[in-house]
Unconditional design. Structure first.
Length: 242
């Protein structure tokens, strides 16, 4: 059985705790393949699905949207992502919905696999912040797309909010805060959880990438889906009307 995990840097796990490694330990019957691209947006994932289809997976999970949110929240990040990927046209919530719909449709129709869309993780750890409000909107879109296209929905964003409670530091835009976390990990050899604790963070190292607690949340959801008897019913949600 092959489990294919599609996503961005959180799935690639160079600067984030590796949820696919946790899955390999928990799911010995599965060949777990992580396919994450740093800085990837939903448009980029949609464009590279030929490789995913050709991999002939039995189970596919999709964790995308963090960089779509970064693009929407900060003009500097939007400019950097636009230049990096040669983006044209709008890349707002409607575009995210359209891209995710395309991803769900192709994976469902062309792989024959069981497919799950995972809601984007938190941005920052303050539930009352503007970044978190937009992340919650994208989580709602993800749930709606999953229901519309009859694939499973895994509520990562919601599970993370439950653990945060009253919350903590707000989302930090730009690359400096994340780069400092990476330096502490790769140069000073500090674990991701150590970096988090020193910054007063519970689930992330830099308000974006996951520490061990955050990675285990992702692994819990995916393992439950992979081991559940088919079909795994998606969460209920209203029909998309965007």
């Amino acid at each position: 059985m092959k489990l294919l995990c599609l996503g961005d840097s959180i799935t690639r796990a160079q600067v984030s705790a590796d949820y696919t490694a946790i899955l390999r330990d928990r799911l010995p019957r599965f060949t777990v393949v992580g396919s994450g691209v740093n800085h990837e947006m939903s448009a980029g994932l949609l464009a590279r699905l030929d490789t995913a289809v050709a991999a002939r997976p039995d189970v596919v999970t999709v964790l995308i949207g963090t960089n779509d949110l970064r693009h929407a929240l900060d003009p500097r990040d939007a400019d950097a992502l636009t230049k990096r990927w040669g983006l044209t046209g709008p890349h707002d919530a409607d575009a995210y919905c359209a891209h995710l719909s395309g991803i769900a449709t192709r994976l469902r129709d062309e792989t024959g696999a069981r497919v799950a869309l995972i809601s984007p993780p938190v941005l920052g750890e303050d539930p009352g912040s503007p970044a978190m409000a937009l992340a919650a909107e994208y989580a709602d879109i993800t749930r709606e797309v999953a229901t519309e296209h009859e694939v499973a929905y895994l509520p990562l964003h919601e599970r993370m909010l439950e653990l945060l409670g009253d919350g903590g530091p707000r989302y930090r835009t730009g690359a400096v805060y994340a780069a400092r976390a990476a330096i502490r990990h790769f140069v000073l050899r500090q674990g991701f959880d150590t970096v988090s604790r020193s910054r007063g963070l519970r689930l992330t190292t830099d308000t974006v990438h996951l520490n061990g607690v955050g990675a285990r949340l992702v692994a819990d959801l995916i393992a439950g889906f992979a081991l559940a008897p088919a079909p795994f019913a998606p969460a209920g949600a209203p029909t998309i009307n965007r």
